[in-house]
Ligand binder design. Sequence first.
Ligand SMILES: [Zn+2]
Length: 182
Amino acid sequence: MKNNLDLNQLDILTFAKNASELSGQYPLDAFERLRQEDIRETPSEDVHWSLRGEEIKSEDGENQIWLHLKANTRVTLTCQRCLTPANFDLEVHRDFRFVANEQIALAQDDENEEDLLVLNRRFNSLELIEDELIMSLPIVPRHPSCHNAYLASLAEENEQSTEFERPNPFAVLEQLKKPTNH
Ligand SMILES: [Zn+2]
């Protein structure tokens, strides 16, 4: 198989007919929109991805064009509960079926569970990978358990700060003891 396939301009039809597979990894920096979500100054993370094309003959004799996408990476976001950094593993696995045009996509969208996209000889598969990872970001980022992270950050603050206006750590502990909805 050719190795010079351009991920920005992937010929989906040929990719599927050849049952092509591609995989690799790019630095998070290569995905500008996703990278902006990460609070680190220089995230060293990679985005691992794979794409597989498939042509399936359906029962009514129609050839269906499919693209199977997998990607994963790790991002650091601000926990909305304790406002300290929190790591999140992102993992996506999506299957897309390509149809001839927008009208068909709209007409069939309600009756199909799979995601429909419009067939394109110059399909930007990197953008799709990035879109899917962005959509998999937590809506409200939170540590699975804030207590430890929060107390660790308080301890750190304690060492750095000589001010007296910090919140009383015992009052904060009382807050943490309150039941939360999970
Ligand atoms: Zn937290």
